[in-house]
Ligand binder design. Structure first.
Ligand code: ADP
Ligand code: SF4
Length: 686
């Protein structure tokens, strides 16, 4: 099979300085929670992207010197020969699959406070740490500029030694080069501050150093934001940066462009759609003859072609689409569009970096497990027996288990009580702004069409007796969880005793099936993620007077790790939702809620017609226990095993349920299980 010729342009080679990419699929640098700490994991993960057809594959941000240290956020480094050896493992895998290898040289400045190395970071001025830590940078003096140039040169030479083809200067996202660029962060009065000419000096010098060191054989790229991070007449303001860009437009071999705001570049699908960055970046190609790449969470092939044909970009940049589907280019090339696992824009992938652990993804349960567990996004080991498996529940856990078991060749029965597949993703995707969640179901449902050994039954609620009648060898229970109405949660380890009449208490499950409160509604959030804010905004827009009460000191605090916290709080403010933070619920008499302050325990009262409890979920595990009893009493016939997975085992992210489904499927007839976890990564120093 081959692709539609409308998409030919995506497979045209392109010269980038002295190197040539085989196609227009460009995996931009993206963090992985691996960096120099987990080089084997990193090499294997990036290698699989090259196998999936990406023309260029980049590392994450790569520190040029120990004074640029961002731990606990993992970053790559090129400080010495041990780093060279570690990167070589990756570049060799990329080259074997015909991809170019890129490295994004990074000097942080005050954005990172070198918690690990304890070396003072250099910056424009002595500035407080951007992330709120009580550290300041050192103002750069003349020797520091000479040192910085040398560090870039040394890192570039090491990059060449490690086998890279493209070397970057990372010049946006409030890192050092960006802080010199911007007039609102550069207050120097020497030759590096003031005029545009002066503010562009450091970037110009850096590009010169890189070109001089490695430019004959390696392409020099710059990651840059072409807008001013402000709006003017409802449009992105670009005037100041456009003037700056004119100084440097022809200097590097290519431009990697992103909007200045993380909220746009990395916005979740709740707030940002595919291609929404365009108005922030669209002038760049008119001002440079050099190739341009930009991201936009592109998964539609038509949009990709359109971006290139309209002269917005030359290459399709991707971080998240390459995580959700490392084989995206290959699938497009082979015309297998229905096999594409589209990113849902949830940003769970970003939480790995933010929390200091390896990457994970809602759509692709194998990412980050390529080296440790030997998992592959496309290939699964063949079945090891003729066993049959009954999967009960077709939420993300059950769907993925049935999908991967089916691919392995097992005979699978998937039984779902409702008249639709998807479980929680089907329900949640009907809430405002969560429609992309349905892609988790769509991809797997599509795959079932190719798996005749997977039989799917809807409207099929199974009891323990029904289950045993199927006479399967293995039973996997993926029956999910339901939201609790009793107040039990993070801050109430015992249910709240006095909660009045049950018809005035609602849960997200009620809201999702259309049972809605009216009047003065309290959305009580002890969950800290998207569900409480989504419901509060929806009810307020639907005519209720909503007060969002949380035990946390902000809305959606987990969203700090997915990058959506600020947008979430802004949306609640704009919708007119009242917010009360750091308060717990003590009691509700049907008219008044008694609150208590999380710090002082001081009591206060609030009038309410109803409460929506967004606190915790209760595993639906009764079937599991009933079957376990039958097995233990020898009444389970030929059943060999029974397991529970996903939310019915331990309610968590959609990503966790998908992962649990894949893990069950790959470990059937293989007892290795957690043994893989002892395969810990190390960076062998010299
Ligand atoms: P997870 O996130 O773990 O996949 P979900 O809550 O999304 O869990 O999905 C669980 C699915 O299991 C729901 O679609 C629900 O209708 C289904 N289910 C629950 N109990 C039964 C049962 N006894 N028989 C068949 N399906 C069930
Ligand atoms: Fe996309 Fe979510 Fe996967 Fe990230 S975690 S790549 S946003 S599906």
């Amino acid at each position: 099979m081959t692709h539609d010729h409308r998409f030919d342009i995506l497979f045209n080679p392109l010269k980038i300085g002295p190197v040539t990419t085989k196609n227009r699929f460009y995996q931009v640098p993206h963090c992985t929670g691996m960096g120099w700490q987990r080089p084997n994991m990193l090499a294997e993960m990036r290698g699989i992207k090259a196998e999936g057809g990406w023309g260029v594959v980049n590392t994450e941000y790569c520190s040029i010197h120990p004074s640029s240290d961002d731990l606990p956020h993992s970053y790559a480094s090129l400080w010495d020969q041990s780093d060279v050896r570690a990167h070589r493992m990756m570049t060799e895998k990329l080259h074997k699959n015909g991809a170019l290898a890129g490295v994004e040289l990074w000097y942080s400045g005050a954005n990172a406070s070198s918690l690990y190395t304890r070396e003072a970071p250099l910056d424009v001025n002595s500035r407080p740490n951007w992330k709120g830590l009580p550290y300041q940078s050192r103002k750069m003096d003349k020797q520091d500029f000479r040192d910085l140039r040398q560090w870039f040169r040394d890192a570039a030479l090491r990059a060449k030694d490690a086998g890279f083809d493209i070397v970057y200067a990372y010049a946006n996202h409030h890192y050092l080069l960006n802080n010199f660029q911007r007039s609102d962060t550069n207050d120097r009065d020497d030759e590096y501050g003031g005029s545009v000419q002066n503010r562009s000096r450091l970037l110009r010098e850096t590009i010169e150093v890189l070109k001089d060191a490695v430019g004959e054989t390696m392409a020099v790229a710059v990651r840059f934001s072409p807008d001013d991070d402000k709006m003017k007449n409802n449009k992105p303001a670009v005037e100041e940066t456009r003037e700056f860009f004119m100084q440097v437009a022809e200097l590097p071999d290519m431009w990697d462009i992103t909007p200045a705001s993380w909220d746009i570049e990395l916005g979740t699908s709740r707030f940002v759609n595919e291609g929404d960055s365009e108005p922030y970046i669209n002038y760049v190609k008119q001002m440079t003859s050099k190739p341009v790449v930009a991201v936009g969470r592109f998964t539609s092939t038509d949009t990709m072609v359109d971006q290139i044909k309209r002269g917005i970009v030359d290459m399709i940049g991707a971080a998240r689409p390459s995580i959700a589907d490392p084989f995206l280019p290959k699938k497009i090339q082979e015309g297998r569009y229905e096999d594409i696992r589209e990113c849902i824009g949830c940003n769970i992938c970003y939480t790995g970096d933010q929390l200091g652990v390896p990457i994970r993804c809602t759509q692709n349960p194998t990412i980050g497990e390529e080296w440790r567990r030997g998992w592959h996004p496309e290939y699964v080991p063949e079945k090891k027996s003729e066993s049959s498996v009954l999967v009960i529940g077709a939420g993300p856990a059950g769907l993925e288990a049935a999908h991967a078991l089916g691919k392995r060749g097992y005979k699978v029965i998937l039984s779902e009580a409702r008249n639709e597949l998807g479980g929680r993703v089907a329900q949640e995707s009907r809430l405002p702004s969560l429609s992309e969640w349905i892609r988790v179901k769509d991809y797997r449902e599509q795959q079932f069409l190719k798996l005749p050994n997977v039989e799917v039954y809807l409207d099929s609620h199974l009891s323990a007796e029904d289950v045993l009648l199927t006479e399967v060898d293995h039973i996997v229970i993926a029956t999910g969880a339901k939201w609790r109405a009793d107040g039990f949660g993070r801050n109430n380890a015992i249910c709240i005793e006095n909660l009045g009449a049950s018809e005035q208490i609602f849960t997200p499950d009620d809201i999702m099936v259309g049972r809605l409160p009216q009047g003065k509604v309290i959305v009580f959030d002890d969950d800290y993620y998207y569900m409480g804010p989504v419901i509060a905004e929806m009810l307020q827009k639907g005519g209720c007077q909503v007060t969002f009460v949380s035990t946390s000191n902000m809305a959606c605090s987990f969203g700090s790790y997915t990058s959506e916290q600020p947008s979430t709080q802004k949306a609640l403010i704009n919708a007119g939702v009242q917010m009360i933070f750091s308060q717990n619920i003590q009691a509700y008499d049907g008219a008044n809620i008694e609150l208590s302050c999380m710090y002082t325990e001081r009591a206060s009262m609030l009038k309410a017609d109803a409460i929506v409890m967004v606190t915790a979920r209760l595993p639906i595990d009764d079937l599991y226990y009933q079957l376990q009893d039958l097995i233990e009493n020898g009444k389970a016939g030929s059943t060999q095993s029974i397991r529970r997975i996903g939310d019915c085992e331990a309610p968590a992210l959609i990503a966790s349920a998908v992962y649990a489904g894949r893990k069950y499927a790959l470990e059937l007839d293989d007892s290795s299980g957690t043994n893989y976890l002892v395969r810990r990564d190390v960076n062998f120093s010299s």
